[in-house]
Design a protein around this ligand. Structure first.
Ligand SMILES: Cc1cc2nc3c(=O)[nH]c(=O)nc-3n(C[C@H](O)[C@H](O)[C@H](O)COP(=O)(O)O)c2cc1C
Length: 188
């Protein structure tokens, strides 16, 4: 394959989109759309989210040490985009989007009812990197919608249907199609 050299780029695309919830000390919840997120450890289960210090959510999560990573389905793409182009500094994103806050089990920020998956996180570390700082969070509770399980208790990813984002062309993408399963190359 003949290749073109472009400027050094974070060409991991598409990545899943997360709607991260936080709540200030006054009890006001907020939602920020995050594409720079990833799994960083299986045990203890940990994720990262990277935020620019200018984000309203940055100071809240730094101060409270808690956040929830909610995974939107493609159906709520417009609401996910809206949470990424407006700031909680000026607006109430739950009221504006119609998304529903639900009490979490172990942390103060709410889960988002309309997301099939929510992971409650406790901040363990902030790693300054450059324009983004990476927030590492230990997942202390995970919630998955009932309808995302089949009768045998297996996860149905087609129901979770996560939304993807490609920074290279700033497009939203579907991530849902099943193409094979772990290790299946041994059997073909
Ligand atoms: C698809 C998408 C992905 C985004 N990913 C990030 C991200 O990973 N980190 C970040 O700091 N901002 C990201 N943003 C921008 C923030 O979501 C946006 O600035 C938002 O208005 C900040 O909300 P807040 O000020 O209420 O915290 C993203 C926006 C969109 C639309």
């Amino acid at each position: 394959m003949k290749k073109r050299s472009i400027k050094p780029s974070t060409f991991l695309a598409p990545v899943p989109v997360a709607l991260v919830t936080c709540q200030d000390k006054g009890g006001r919840p907020n939602i920020i759309t995050i594409a720079w997120t990833g799994v960083v450890c299986s045990d203890p289960p940990m994720v990262s989210i990277s935020l620019r210090p200018s984000r309203y959510s940055y100071g809240i999560i730094k101060e409270t040490g808690e956040f929830v990573v909610n995974i939107p389905t493609v159906d709520i793409i417009l609401k996910a985009d809206q949470c990424g182009i407006t700031s909680g500094k000026e607006s109430d994103k739950f009221a504006d989007t119609g998304l529903t806050p639900v009490s979490a089990e172990k942390v103060t920020p709410p889960l988002i009812e309309e997301c099939c998956v929510s992971m409650e996180c406790r901040l363990t570390e902030i790693v300054p990197l450059g324009v983004h700082d990476m927030f590492l969070g230990e997942i202390i509770a995970t919630h998955v919608a009932d309808e995302a399980f089949d009768a045998d208790g297996n996860i149905r990813m087609e129901i979770i249907n996560p939304l993807g984002y490609s920074p290279m062309d700033r497009s939203y993408r579907a991530l849902g199609d099943a193409l094979g399963s772990y290790g299946f190359s041994r059997k073909v």
